[in-house]
Design a protein around this ligand. Structure first.
Ligand code: SF4
Length: 197
């Protein structure tokens, strides 16, 4: 059994007060990534931040968006048990008095990426799939870029021996770009082959 020190990390994340976002999580806690601890995981999926369902259930990628991600993973014959799934920001950024989600701010990303770096240092994945602009910009240190031009290609982040594969966020595909679903599934298949080679 591989002894990931992720349990310790999970506890630290749950008690994090590094930025004010934890105050917007009434009754729940910041959420670390999830993945098996008894096998070496070669693929990490990174989303943006918690949504309402994720904050309530204290799990990344649950609710409708999570189900849609699962559907795409199934089409690519990838199982969640083969992945570590996490978010760039471990709390839920909200607006309108907590009624709606919003993208995390630069300061929130900066505060929280400490945890993402620690997760990646423990797991040391062969491949990282970044779901959306926030994780892609964070991992590849990019501010201005076209995500569409990057999807389908692999990038070396420069600070870690891994390959980053940018993809669209599942909620974007589900709500606004169903025609990109096949492209995402093809990418997931490619990542699976790459990670097993
Ligand atoms: Fe901590 Fe990240 Fe939540 Fe900010 S968003 S409180 S850094 S876990």
């Amino acid at each position: 059994m591989i002894n990931y020190p992720l349990n310790n990390l999970e506890e630290q994340v749950r008690n994090c007060t590094r930025c004010p976002l934890y105050r917007d999580m009434p009754g729940t806690k910041p959420v670390c990534g999830v993945g098996r601890v008894d096998v070496k995981l070669d693929i990490v999926f990174i989303g943006e931040a918690l949504g309402e369902d994720e904050a309530l259930l204290e799990q990344p990628f649950v609710g409708m968006c999570g189900k849609f991600l699962d559907k795409m993973l199934n089409k690519a014959e990838l199982n969640r048990s083969e992945l570590y799934i996490t978010n760039t920001v471990k709390c839920r950024p909200t607006k309108n008095n907590g009624k709606a989600n919003r993208p995390p701010s630069d300061d929130e990303i900066k505060a929280c990426k400490t945890w993402l770096w620690k997760e990646l240092q423990v797991i040391k994945p062969k491949a990282i799939v970044t779901l959306g602009k926030v994780p892609t910009g964070t991992i590849l240190s990019k501010k201005t870029f076209s995500l569409g031009e990057m999807v389908g290609k692999g990038y070396n982040p420069g600070w870690m021996d891994t390959v980053v594969f940018p993809c669209y966020h599942p909620s974007y595909i589900m709500v606004r770009a169903k025609h990109k679903e096949d492209e995402a599934v093809s990418l997931f298949k490619h990542v699976k082959r790459f990670a097993r080679s």
